[in-house]
Design a protein around this ligand. Structure first.
Ligand code: ZN
Length: 430
């Protein structure tokens, strides 16, 4: 396929170039001015449009997609841990296989509509664990989005469920070793819900598969205090002791990591994922993203995977705290997601260069002011909107055409989701 006449965008370091793109299979195979169509090649006229790399959501929970508008718990949560118990652990325990599938389908539909072509998902369904990652994989595959999946291992449901979670990660990592659109990580909830024997088992999985841990870290003070009280050390100490702190680790939130711990995470080349909408909604505090270093990315943490919305929250929140004299380039977090996807899939993302992933957005962006490499960040924060995304491609296949998901009937998906959400909420109350 030949995409002709667009301006190609690199997010960071920012670059713009008018060039044609050739795609074959799931890869970009050609780039240059005035590429000539080959016999039998489909040619798509994208003149005047911007082509951006497909966006990466570095942490989310597709299982919570049917939570929108659900009734509040009977009593208001008193703390972050209390909110987990009253809201999110009530929700995930009410999930069955059908709601797992439908939730993942809705999460994927909302992702591709927002130009997000890779979802790094953290799944939990304690009453439907075995095979649950295959169900999520099937849903993401139906929409066409890439996935990096894991099952959230925790001690909160007892040893049997913990072991089922470990087995699900193990099985999925083996099954997706050579899948071009799917990868696995080793999922773990958080330090305060994991005992030492569970962390040791997670460490065994990480070593056996050469995979990274995907885990919430210091999201709220509960995690830090309970870890110190129960284990007499910090969260990163515990991860390090069990061989979980390495360059493949995806550490989520880091709101309450100390300066020393942030330096330690950077030193280990672990990935840190910032989720500003979630942090604000849960009132857990502000992550000091200015100390996250180069291996930092953006996640939606269960909110729709609209990474431009997440970018705005990251930008404004950093701006409010750091002030105009210490500007934080929030778009570097979008680029961080591209580098994380590159590491996970073993091919370049985000460059739109030959040999890189054919994951891209064709945007109908007409700006009232000039768009240059020098001011691209301002256009990403203040101008571009998912409503301008005319086409979206993931792994060389169109997943949105004319702004509409191309591979599923959205009306039918939402009708089913709405029906399932009503019974899910009834089960939660029960
Ligand atoms: Zn999360």
């Amino acid at each position: 396929m030949l995409l002709k006449g667009a301006t190609l965008v690199r997010i960071d370091p920012p670059a713009l170039e008018r060039a044609d793109l050739r795609v074959a299979g799931d890869t970009i195979v050609g780039r240059g001015p005035r590429l000539r169509p080959r016999a039998g090649e489909a040619v798509v006229d994208v003149k005047g449009r911007l082509i951006l790399p497909g966006l990466v959501c570095a942490h989310t929970h597709g299982y919570s997609a049917l939570s929108r508008g659900m009734p509040a718990p009977p009593a208001s949560p008193r703390s972050f841990a209390d909110m987990l118990a009253r809201v999110w652990w009530t929700l995930d325990q009410a999930l069955d296989e059908e709601t797992v599938y439908c939730s993942a389908l809705v999460a994927a539909v909302e992702a591709v509509r927002a130009g997000t072509t890779t979802l790094i998902d953290h799944h939990s369904s304690p009453n439907a664990i075995p095979g649950s990652l295959d169900i999520v994989r099937e849903a993401l595959g139906a929409v066409g989005v890439r996935g990096v999946l894991c099952y959230e291992v925790t001690d909160r449901g007892g040893a049997r469920r913990r072991d089922a979670g470990l087995a699900e990660n193990d099985r999925f990592l083996s099954a997706t070793r050579s899948d071009p659109q799917m990868r696995g990580l080793v999922g773990a909830h958080a330090s305060f819900t994991l005992g030492d024997s569970s962390l040791a088992a997670l460490g065994d999985l990480v070593r056996y598969h050469g995979a990274g841990i995907h885990m919430h870290v210091a999201e709220a003070t509960d995690d830090v205090r309970r870890t110190e009280r129960a284990h007499g050390c910090g969260i990163l100490d515990r991860l390090d002791r069990h061989g979980l702190l390495n360059e493949r680790a995806v550490l989520v939130h880091g709101v309450h990591l100390s300066d020393a711990d942030l330096a330690r995470a950077r030193g280990a080349s672990a990935w840190l994922v910032h989720n500003p909408r979630s942090n604000m909604n849960n009132a857990v505090g502000r992550a000091r993203i200015e100390r996250f270093g180069a291996r930092a990315a953006l996640g939606a943490d269960g909110w729709p995977a609209d990474m431009l919305a997440e970018l705005r929250f990251a930008h404004f929140r950093a701006r409010e705290h750091l002030g105009p004299r210490r500007p934080f380039p929030a778009t570097s977090l979008l680029e961080g997601g591209q580098r994380l996807a590159s590491a996970l899939f073993g091919m370049p993302f985000g460059t739109l260069e030959p040999g890189s992933a054919a994951d891209l957005i064709v945007a109908d962006y007409v700006s009232p002011t000039p768009v240059t490499a020098g001011n691209l960040a301002a256009h990403l924060v203040a101008g571009l909107q998912p409503a301008m995304f005319r086409r979206v491609m993931a792994a060389g296949r169109w997943v949105c055409l004319d702004g509409v998901p191309a591979n599923v009937n959205v009306e039918a998906v939402y009708e089913r989701a709405s029906r399932l959400a009503a019974s899910l909420w009834r089960r939660m109350r029960g």
